[in-house]
Design a protein around this ligand. Structure first.
Ligand code: C2E
Ligand code: MG
Ligand code: MG
Length: 267
């Protein structure tokens, strides 16, 4: 019965892909020192005809199990790269998109070749693409992660460790990965500024990342109290509902233009 229901669900997801029911919303990341938007993260949603917008955690684990995640991920990467190219041409020439890699996608032998091919067909400069890999996916196979992150950076992409603090990595490993940004998991941001444990953890992560030369991005920033605290701690970038919720592409374009105007006025 379990096999059968999984098969049915796989069919449903496959059909969703064919019927173009997947959409990307994008969430901006703020450089706290300059007030610029440095990157936007494409976040997958399933626009289901009856259920409405279905969150990624509702279907990605299943897609991962069935292998369909590879086809979905390919679509995400293509769509996000094309969108990034448009934004870099029309709005901000140095904007990046930070695409989430699934664990399975990250383990593909020809991942780097696939990424390279998509950059060519979508005419996106490699510097416009940041690859987000969760700390736990990296720790699953440290050798492979080290080789893959190195190859992605050789290509000219940047690499971020996502959900940092939840995946039990050691300093020794971190030093071996070629990583550009460290995204501290939002569970540590949630208690700021009052929670002394969260504050101590965030400070320790920022100090460690600093010594390894990696900027820290705080996830899940919802209040100005959190943002102030993070800025004082030495966090470089922030993402969360305070700055913006994930939005459809047209609203992001307007948001980016508005941010540029605000900065121009300030200058
Ligand atoms: P993530 O990469 O850590 O993405 C951040 C998640 O936190 C997003 O949830 C976002 O909507 C949410 N978030 C952002 N700011 C705030 C905030 O201030 N407060 C709170 N409470 N939440 C905030 P979402 O869109 O549901 O995505 C969840 C996860 O699903 C992502 O976590 C990522 O691991 C995965 N995911 C999303 N899109 C993709 C995709 O295209 N491919 C793969 N492989 N995974 C994806
Ligand atoms: Mg992410
Ligand atoms: Mg995250």
């Amino acid at each position: 019965a379990a096999t059968e229901s999984r098969f049915t669900l796989e069919m449903v997801l496959r059909r969703a892909l064919e019927r173009e029911q997947f959409v990307l919303h994008y969430q901006p990341t703020l450089d706290v020192a300059t007030g610029q938007i440095t990157s936007v993260e494409p976040l997958l949603r399933w626009n289901h005809p009856e259920l409405g917008m279905v969150a990624p955690l509702e279907f990605i684990p299943l897609a991962e199990e069935t292998g369909l995640i590879l086809a979905i991920s390919d679509w995400v990467l293509r769509t996000a790269c094309l969108q990034a190219r448009t934004w870099r041409r029309d709005v901000r020439s140095d904007l990046r998109v930070g695409v989430n890699m699934s664990a399975r996608q990250f383990r593909q032998r020809d991942l780097v070749e696939q990424v390279a091919a998509i950059l060519v067909t979508q005419q996106l400069a490699a510097a416009g693409l940041d690859i987000e890999i969760t700390e736990s996916a990296m720790m699953r196979d440290v050798e492979l992660a080290a080789a893959t992150t190195h190859a992605l950076r050789e290509l000219g992409c940047t690499v971020s460790i996502d959900d940092f603090g939840t995946g039990y990595s050691s300093l020794a490993y971190l030093k071996r990965f070629s990583v550009d940004y460290l995204k501290i998991d939002r569970s540590f941001v949630a208690g700021l500024p009052a929670d002394a444990n969260d504050a101590a953890i965030v400070q320790a992560v920022v100090d460690m990342a600093d010594s390894l030369g990696m900027p820290v991005v705080a996830e899940g920033v919802e209040t100005s109290g959190q943002l102030d605290h993070l800025t004082r701690t030495g966090c470089h970038e922030a993402q969360g509902y305070l700055i913006s919720r994930p939005m459809p592409e047209s609203l992001v374009t307007a948001f980016l233009l508005q941010t540029l105007d605000a900065l121009a006025e300030r200058a």
